[in-house]
Structures are given as structure tokens and as C-alpha cells.
Design a protein around this ligand. Structure first.
Ligand SMILES: Cc1cc2nc3c(=O)[nH]c(=O)nc-3n(C[C@H](O)[C@H](O)[C@H](O)COP(=O)(O)OP(=O)(O)OC[C@H]3O[C@@H](n4cnc5c(N)ncnc54)[C@H](O)[C@@H]3O)c2cc1C
Length: 407
């Protein structure tokens, strides 16, 4: 192990696991010592959370044990969070003070929900018709409430800022709307969607498209409106309206909350973050702005992309190519052109597909849905679930491009 190059990956979400899984296929793999730093024992497949929290639970496993995803004989797994980064000396410290030296570091910590920013909901999620699909343990309660409500006001909220909930927060509104229509109770319900951001989406064209989908379904929308406080007993929610610079309260019968998402403290407090706390990487090379041996992928980066799996898949060839170039000294650094996409499912058999180049250029289409799980080109079947999921990291088109060229 002594002379091997040390590659450390922080975070075992889709970003971190895709990196490990791809590099495990490289011809130069045997020259590398790979360490994963991940505090959770479970890798969460969140893509099915929204659908499963409204409709019957599907056959897709929502979480897979990390040990089932990484080969224990070749990847070290430190089951603790990274707590401090020392990029000038190329090491990090875990929360227990374990020092992890690296030659190359990949940061893929994702974002964390900040429930504490909303007063009054501690211990209340899953009670008094306050719910979320953004919390693993709330999924069954969520489904219960959406299937129990028959009349009144359903209020959906999302707090502002960089979030992986930008699209799922809208998808759940449309799925609930479909459910109410199927149950013939839609006319008894008023549905509202309050967004803490200045618009439904950072790109104007897409924002207008999303807004028109909501208008067609008679879903009221407000922007720059942030949930501050909840009074569960009186079913009252207090919002801050940034346009009018004032607080106001509103009653609800069912409240669905998407909280603010934030980078982990260890990143915010490090020299690696930008002014908003996100990992400061070059948007074309995915290399850290100041440290040549640090890369970032996924939600934690400050790249102007939607925070979703498509963006991660699109970023993979670049980051892998650039790690390969750094290790071998061969080849030029690759550039990410920002192309990625997202899908939004509305009525049962339709979905809107949006393509973006960073958050700037866009085109959108509405195609008939094939199945939800083909979105990123991998299908997860019940029986071969884990095996297929593990190889999905490797099979994604992106991975074919770079590693095989690096000998
Ligand atoms: C409810 C919900 C539904 C979604 N639905 C979809 C969808 O349908 N389609 C889609 O494309 N995207 C969807 N997304 C977004 C998608 O899940 C994310 O974009 C994706 O998971 C991001 O992957 P990541 O690897 O960057 O981060 P994550 O998946 O969040 O993984 C980060 C990992 O880092 C670990 N970590 C955190 N802090 C530390 C630390 N200090 N040290 C070490 N490790 C740490 C975490 O434990 C975690 O395992 C959804 C998100 C949510 C919340």
C-alpha cells in the first residue's frame, strides 16, 4: 500500500459512488489506494421518495447498505464524517480526529436539510397534517396524510437557496394533484405552492413553463415567500414575503415542507467554500479553484446546474478525465460544457423534459412517459436490485468515455 497514490472520496451519494465505481474499472486501479469517508451506513436512493410518499410504495429499494456497494477488499471505508479540511497539507480530519492524508481528494458531500430554521416543527413532522417527502422516516406519514385529506387547503412550501429540492418540490405538487383528481376530490381542495426563491426556477424560460403547468392545474403560486414558523395546533403557518418585506400567517389543512438545504458545516467552515458555503470549483474542469488536487461533484459544488442525477452523470466524464490526467500526466484537462437535463412528471402518462446548458440555455419538450425509472438509463428490478444499482454507476454512458483511455 505504501507507494500507492491515495485517492480519498468524501461522501457516498450518487456522486461519490459513481467516482469510486468508475475508478474501480480503470487499468491503473491497482496503483491507487481508495478511501471513502462516509458517516452514514446507508446510501439513499432519493429518486423514488417523492413518488413513494404519495402513491403505494414501489419495488425500488430506498436505501442500500454502503457495504453492499463497495468492495471491502479494495476500498477503505471510514464510517465518520469529515470535520476539517487542511488543503495546504493535503489531509483531512474526521470528527474523531482521525487524520486522512490524500494525494487527490474528491468532495461529494451533498447538502443537508436545515429543519431548525423553521420554528415550531421540531417533533411535529408526521403529526397534525405537517409532512415532508424530504425525510426518509416521514415517507409513510406523508402517504397517509395525502391519502386521508378530502377537503380544505393543501399548502406546499420550499425555502430558497441552492437545493436539490427545486424539481422534486414541484413534482410532489403535481403527483398530489393527480391523486386528488383520481379520487374525485380535487374540487374540494385548494392547492397552493409557496417558493422562497424569486422565481419557480433560475432560468426564466423554464420558470414560465413550470408556472404554466401549475396554472393549467389551478395551483396557486407565490414566490419570494418563505416559511418561518408553524403553529401545529391551530394549523397556522407564518411566512415572510420578501416582496412586501412583511410577515403574514395563513391557515392550512395539510402542510408539505421542503426546508432550506445547506452544505455541511465542515465545508462551510473550510477554505474550500465560496461565499455561500458551497464547494468552489471551476465550472468547466470541476477542479477546486485554489487547490489542483481537489475535485468536486454533485450537489455540493457551486456549478450553475440543477442539483440532480443528470447533472452528476454529465459531470462524470470531465472529473474522471481530469483525475486521470492528474494521475498519469497524460492528456489535456477535459472541459464540462454544462449540458444536463431534468424531467418533471405531471399527469400519469406525461412528462416534461428540460435540457439545459448550465442554467442558461434551455429547450423543453413534452414526451410520453416510458417509465419513471428509465430517466437516467438504468432500470432497477426488485430481485437484482443491488447488483443492478451498483453497476448503474459504472454503466452510465458518461463512464465509457475516459477511464478506458488511461492506461
Ligand atoms: C426527496 C428528493 C427527491 C429527489 N428526486 C430526484 C429525482 O427524481 N431525480 C433526480 O435526478 N434527482 C433527485 N433528487 C436530487 C438527487 O437526489 C441529488 O441531486 C443527488 O442525490 C446528489 O448526489 P450527491 O452525491 O451530490 O449527494 P448526496 O446524495 O446527498 O450524498 C452525499 C453523501 O455525503 C455524505 N456526507 C455528508 N456530509 C459529510 C461529511 N462531513 N463527511 C463525509 N460524508 C458526508 C452524506 O451522508 C451522503 O451520503 C432528489 C432529492 C431529494 C431530496
Amino acid at each position: 500500500m505504501e507507494n500507492k497514490l491515495k485517492l480519498v472520496v468524501v461522501g457516498a451519494g450518487f456522486g461519490g459512488m459513481s467516482i469510486i465505481s468508475s475508478i474501480n474499472q480503470w487499468a491503473i486501479r491497482e496503483n491507487l489506494e481508495i478511501t471513502l469517508v462516509e458517516p452514514d451506513e446507508w446510501h439513499h436512493y432519493r429518486n423514488c421518495w417523492i413518488k413513494n410518499s404519495i402513491l403505494e410504495p414501489g419495488k425500488i429499494s430506498k436505501s442500500i447498505h454502503i457495504a453492499d456497494l463497495i468492495p471491502s477488499d479494495s476500498v477503505n471505508w471510514l464510517n465518520e464524517p469529515a470535520a476539517q479540511f487542511h488543503p495546504e497539507q493535503s489531509y483531512l480530519l474526521t470528527i474523531n480526529g482521525t487524520r486522512v492524508n490524500y494525494d487527490i481528494l474528491v468532495i461529494a458531500t451533498g447538502l443537508k436539510p436545515k429543519w431548525k430554521l423553521i420554528d415550531g416543527i421540531h417533533g411535529k413532522l408526521g403529526r397534525n397534517f405537517i409532512t415532508t417527502a424530504f425525510n426518509f422516516s416521514s415517507l409513510d406519514w406523508n402517504r397517509k396524510f395525502f391519502n386521508e385529506i378530502e377537503k380544505g387547503k393543501v399548502l406546499f412550501t420550499i425555502s430558497g437557496g441552492g437545493s436539490n429540492g427545486t424539481i422534486p418540490s414541484k413534482e410532489i405538487v403535481l403527483l398530489a394533484n393527480d391523486l386528488f383528481k383520481q379520487k374525485n376530490i380535487r374540487d374540494n381542495l385548494r392547492i397552493s405552492y409557496y417558493d422562497g426563491n424569486q422565481s419557480m426556477f433560475p432560468n426564466t424560460k423554464i420558470s414560465e413553463s413550470l408556472s404554466s403547468i401549475f396554472n393549467a392545474e389551478q395551483i396557486e403560486q407565490r414566490v419570494s415567500t418563505t416559511l418561518l414558523k408553524v403553529f401545529p395546533k391551530s394549523k397556522e403557518a407564518v411566512f415572510y414575503d420578501a416582496f412586501q418585506d412583511k410577515e403574514y400567517s395563513e391557515n392550512y389543512d395539510l402542510l408539505h415542507i421542503v426546508p432550506k438545504m445547506s452544505p455541511p458545516k465542515a465545508i462551510i467552515e473550510s477554505q474550500l467554500s465560496d461565499k455561500n458555503g458551497f464547494l468552489a470549483v471551476d465550472k468547466t474542469t470541476l477542479k477546486h479553484k485554489n487547490f489542483d488536487n481537489i475535485f468536486g461533484i454533485g450537489d455540493i459544488t457551486n456549478i450553475p446546474c440543477v442539483k440532480n442525477l443528470s447533472a452528476i452523470r454529465a459531470q462524470l466524464p470531465t472529473i474522471l478525465g481530469n483525475i486521470g490526467a492528474l494521475i498519469t500526466g497524460l492528456g489535456d484537462f477535459k472541459e464540462f460544457n454544462g449540458e444536463h437535463s431534468f424531467s418533471l412528471h405531471s399527469a400519469p402518462l406525461r412528462r416534461s423534459n428540460y435540457r439545459l446548458k448550465f442554467l442558461e440555455l434551455s429547450e423543453s419538450k413534452v414526451w410520453p412517459s416510458i417509465t419513471t425509472n428509465t430517466i437516467l438509463g438504468y432500470i432497477i428490478a426488485e430481485k437484482t436490485n443491488i447488483k443492478n444499482y451498483r453497476s448503474s454507476f459504472v454503466k452510465s454512458k458518461a463512464n465509457k468515455l475516459e477511464p478506458s483511455k488511461i492506461k
